[in-house]
Design a protein around this ligand. Structure first.
Ligand code: F6R
Length: 603
């Protein structure tokens, strides 16, 4: 949800800012801009559209490219239309400023500034911050103090970077929006996340909420919310820069689907020993608590929520306790009743989703033990929770989440077997089977890709799809429908197959294909076939995803053999591929679908 980047060093800032913005484009892509601190003062270029439009504009401009200090921004609009006027950086006579987040009290500040004779030019909350800094400069403060005074007055969420006409350093501030400092010899980088910087450094400082810092050519000073000078640890991040590049694939999404086997392997391999014992060092301190838990509450959004739903039956079976899976945006306004020994689990790829973060804070404030399952290191959700189990999927760049989903499933299965064994169940054979899952995912990808591509070619013209599944395949049907909606903009409904006759069957005709996901060993397989009969007799087309071919289906994507309990890992693959290829045939912007952003840091 907006990406910000900054550079201060001895190299030319512009190419670094533009490369950084390209890597951050998945966070928002409706407008973009940069400001450079040049010999002749601050120069700013911004435009509606993507980074490529910004680059074209810069190439045609006379901007001084020798500048070695600058800031940049890629936007996902919250306040004000996505147009050039509202694009960041926002500038005043002496300041340029970029921001990610939402300033909740901007109207109040705006009224104050108006009373002092200042007028806004844009419809954004961000411009208010820039003008506030300008106000304090006009009051006679230096840039650092003016910035600090302005930040003190802000309520809401923000990661801010600002440069001034008067000084050569960059001022930054963080509160509930991500911001990292990248450290290297003689140069300092800032960005919303590490993917923008892994080309330049693997050493990062993750700021705390309330931190303010001065960034100056390899040097930086950090102050906490009380303006005391503080030291924050430097962390090494091992993500390779290749992982954040397309590497010959047409889109990140297909690359990331192809990486699912590796993502799961990395996530599980060091966490299961050769005898099938699950080792979760992250939870070592909680052995006694986990033995006695009597309920698990999982909170997440979107695809991460479906990962929770998919694993619920497995968690219940092996831990023997009731599992609730809740949507973050609903849960945060709901007075949830916890049990005595409740474990709270937050799942999030980005680790920044506001609708997941808030319930996590609420649970923590009530004294509930919290564990998070997160992909992005040192993200807010990882830091707030009592314990974090990282999915080791590597950077996920495509807005549509794929490899994160199977990696989250992997951690949830590990948790089921781990807690199950603490509660006295022998889960070793199941854990050993989990070790086979990466090769099963690979097989599923290779086997189903050509067929899903052919189906996509024939079916991308349809405007509505129904997705049905039962048991473990129900959440997979939901996830398949979500993937199709997100990147193809085709309306798709996911439903439990048994519910079809209670309403959705009215949708069936020759223009609404149904994707049925069914495993031949599932207890209700014959009932899923009956659903096929009902659809057929209403002229509906059927795409069957199954390990068994059926003459009832117009198309069958034949799945490789897999133990029923583990089917979510492989059955999701052809659904991701189907969505991908349908969007490809429609000519859509697959990695950056309209209206979406990868990291949803606002409500
Ligand atoms: C779907 C998708 C979203 C995210 C959701 C949660 O492809 O990307 O539905 O799954 O916004 O995001 P995280 O997992 O980052 O909390």
């Amino acid at each position: 949800m907006c990406g910000i980047v900054g550079y201060s060093g001895d190299k030319k800032a512009l190419p670094i800012l533009l490369e950084g913005l390209k890597s951050l484009e998945y966070r928002g892509y409706d407008s973009a801009g940069i400001s450079l601190k040049t010999q002749n003062g601050i120069q700013t270029i911004k435009t509606k559209g993507k980074i490529i439009d910004l680059i074209t504009l810069i190439t045609e401009s006379k901007i001084d490219t020798s500048a070695t200090v600058g800031i940049g921004h890629t936007r996902w609009a919250t306040h004000g239309m996505p147009n050039t006027k509202n694009a960041h950086p926002h500038t005043t006579e002496n300041v340029a400023l970029v921001h990610n987040g939402i300033i909740e009290n901007y109207r109040e500040i705006e009224a104050f500034l108006k009373s002092k004779g200042f007028k806004k030019q844009t419809d954004t909350d961000t411009e208010t911050i820039a003008i506030l800094v300008e106000f304090y400069l006009k009051e006679g403060m230096g840039f650092k103090d003016a910035f600090v005074e302005a930040v003190k007055r802000l309520k809401g969420s923000f990661a801010i970077a600002s440069i001034s006409e008067t000084d050569d350093y960059i001022m930054i501030a963080k509160h509930e929006s991500p911001l990292v400092i990248g450290v290297s010899n003689g140069e300092t980088f800032i960005a919303s996340d590490v993917t923008a910087l892994i080309e330049y450094t693997n050493e990062f400082i993750f700021l705390n909420d309330g931190d303010i810092a001065i960034i100056n050519k390899g040097d930086f000073e950090i102050f906490d919310a009380n303006l005391n000078r503080v030291k924050r640890n430097t962390e090494k991040i091992e993500w390779s820069k290749e992982k954040a590049q397309k590497g010959g694939y047409k889109h990140f999404m297909i690359k990331e689907i192809a990486e699912e086997d590796e993502a799961v392997r990395n996530t599980i391999q060091s966490r299961i020993d050769e005898d099938g014992n699950v080792i979760l060092d992250e939870l070592k301190a909680e052995t006694d608590f986990l033995k006695n838990i009597d309920r698990i509450t999982i909170v997440a959004c979107g695809t991460s929520y479906y990962a929770g739903l998919s694993a619920k039956p497995i968690l219940e079976k092996y831990t023997g306790v009731k599992v609730d899976v809740e949507i973050g945006s609903e849960f945060r306004y709901y007075d949830y009743i916890y049990s005595k020994n409740n474990l709270f689990i937050a799942i999030s790829q980005s680790g920044e989703t506001a609708d997941t973060k808030e319930p996590l804070k609420m649970a923590r404030d009530k004294g509930i033990k919290t564990v998070s399952i997160v992909n992005v290191k040192e993200s807010a959700i990882a830091r707030i929770s009592d314990h974090c189990i990282y999915t080791l999927a590597g950077p996920e760049i495509s807005v549509a989440s794929t490899k994160a989903f199977v990696s989250q499933l992997a951690v949830l299965y590990l948790l089921a077997f781990y807690i199950g064994s603490l509660k006295g169940k022998d889960t070793r054979d199941k854990a050993k089977y989990l070790l086979k899952i990466p090769s099963k995912i690979k097989e599923a990808f290779e086997l189903t890709e050509p067929k899903t591509k052919q189906i996509a070619k024939d079916y991308h013209i349809y405007k509505n799809f129904l997705y049905l599944g039962r048991g473990l395949n129900y959440p997979i049907a939901l996830e398949g429908a979500l993937k199709l909606k997100e990147i193809s903009y085709i309306h798709a409904e996911g439903y439990p197959a048994g519910e079809m006759k209670h309403g959705p069957i009215a949708l069936i005709d020759e223009k609404t294909p149904t994707v049925i996901v069914a495993h031949s060993l599932e207890p209700l397989y014959s009932k899923s076939l009956s659903n096929c009969e009902e659809i057929k007799s209403r002229m509906g087309k059927i795409i069957l995803i199954s390990d068994k071919v059926s003459p009832l289906a117009d198309e069958t994507v034949k799945m490789p053999e897999i133990d029923y309990e583990f089917l979510p890992f492989t059955f999701v693959v052809p659904l991701q591929l189907l969505a991908y290829y349908i969007a490809l045939f429609l000519g859509n912007d697959i990695d950056q679908p309209r209206n979406l952003a990868k990291s949803v840091t606002v409500e």
